[in-house]
Design a binder for this molecule. Structure first.
Ligand SMILES: NC(=O)c1ccc[n+]([C@@H]2O[C@H](COP(=O)([O-])OP(=O)(O)OC[C@H]3O[C@@H](n4cnc5c(N)ncnc54)[C@H](OP(=O)(O)O)[C@@H]3O)[C@@H](O)[C@H]2O)c1
Length: 243
């Protein structure tokens, strides 16, 4: 059977990289993009030349995004799944956060995700059999966090996108869900101070920050046939900090 293809945006490190590995191990074709190649992708590209595609692309920039989707479809055909993972975080209280930072957060995290979903759906809808869209949001979008107001707004926006799009494409057997991680030990959380990390660990029932590998298996499940009737949901994976 021809492997299914899943698009993962933002794969040079962190969760996107862990997902790329997990999906390759599970037998999927993976089409990925990021602005830089990062340290780990070259070895993966060497190991899986037939099943892994990477293209430099800037999510939030429509021409670059479209060129990545076109390259994916040309190589693998219409994709089965999309994981909208690429994201940035900018810390700072809203009153003083430069507007250019606010715009860039919205452009990458929200507008970019909508652009990718729109471009991918045109192909998913063109063939029968359904599909999967998974948006990586965050518990910050549900609970808030001082200094991450604009980031929180983009992530809450993704959860709204998930619910509305699930209604729009459900009859075509395409499911749309969000996965909302808690604090993950990736480069993105590198700006947390030692005090903030200690506080997060103290408040987390599981007693530690999460890792990308704590989240990837749940995404693998949502991509599979066993998750065919789950749509419009936000799955929180946070070691219990928001329970
Ligand atoms: N870390 C956390 O605590 C946490 C918690 C909840 C949710 N999340 C979400 O999980 C997702 C992954 O985060 P992470 O922790 O893995 O962050 P990360 O380590 O900073 O990785 C982010 C990835 O996105 C890519 N990226 C960023 N902007 C991009 C753009 N405009 N176009 C293309 N690629 C772009 C980066 O690659 P380049 O820089 O090479 O482009 C990188 O590969 C994000 O959506 C984030 O908001 C993270």
């Amino acid at each position: 059977m021809t492997p299914r293809t899943v698009i993962v945006t933002g794969s040079s490190r962190g969760l996107g990289l862990a997902l790329t590995r997990t999906l390759l191990d599970a037998g999927y074709n993976v089409a990925t993009c990021s602005r830089s190649l990062g340290d780990a992708l070259p070895a993966l590209l060497d190991a899986h030349p037939d099943r892994l595609l990477w293209q430099r692309a800037e999510i939030g920039e429509p021409v670059s995004t479209q060129s990545f989707i076109d390259a994916t479809v040309q190589r693998f055909g219409a994709p089965w799944g999309l994981i909208n993972n690429a994201g940035i975080a900018r810390e700072g209280i809203l009153a003083t956060l430069p507007l250019v930072e606010v715009d860039s957060l919205i452009q990458t995290n929200l507008t970019g995700a909508i652009q990718v979903a729109r471009a991918v759906l045109r192909h998913m809808l063109s063939r029968p059999g359904g599909g999967r869209i998974i948006n990586i949001s965050s518990i910050i979008g549900q609970r808030g966090y001082t200094g991450l107001t604009a980031y929180a707004a983009t992530k809450a926006g993704l959860d709204g996108l998930t619910r509305a799009l699930a209604r729009e494409v459900g009859r075509r057997q395409i499911t749309v869900n969000s996965v909302a991680p808690g604090y993950l030990d990736t480069e993105m959380s590198g700006t947390l101070s030692a005090g903030q990390r200690d506080q997060i660990v103290r408040r987390t029932p599981m007693g530690r920050l999460g890792t990308a590998d704590d989240v990837a298996p749940a995404i693998l499940f949502l991509l599979g046939d066993g998750a065919r009737y789950i749509t419009g949901q936000t799955l929180t994976i946070d070691g219990g900090i928001s329970c």
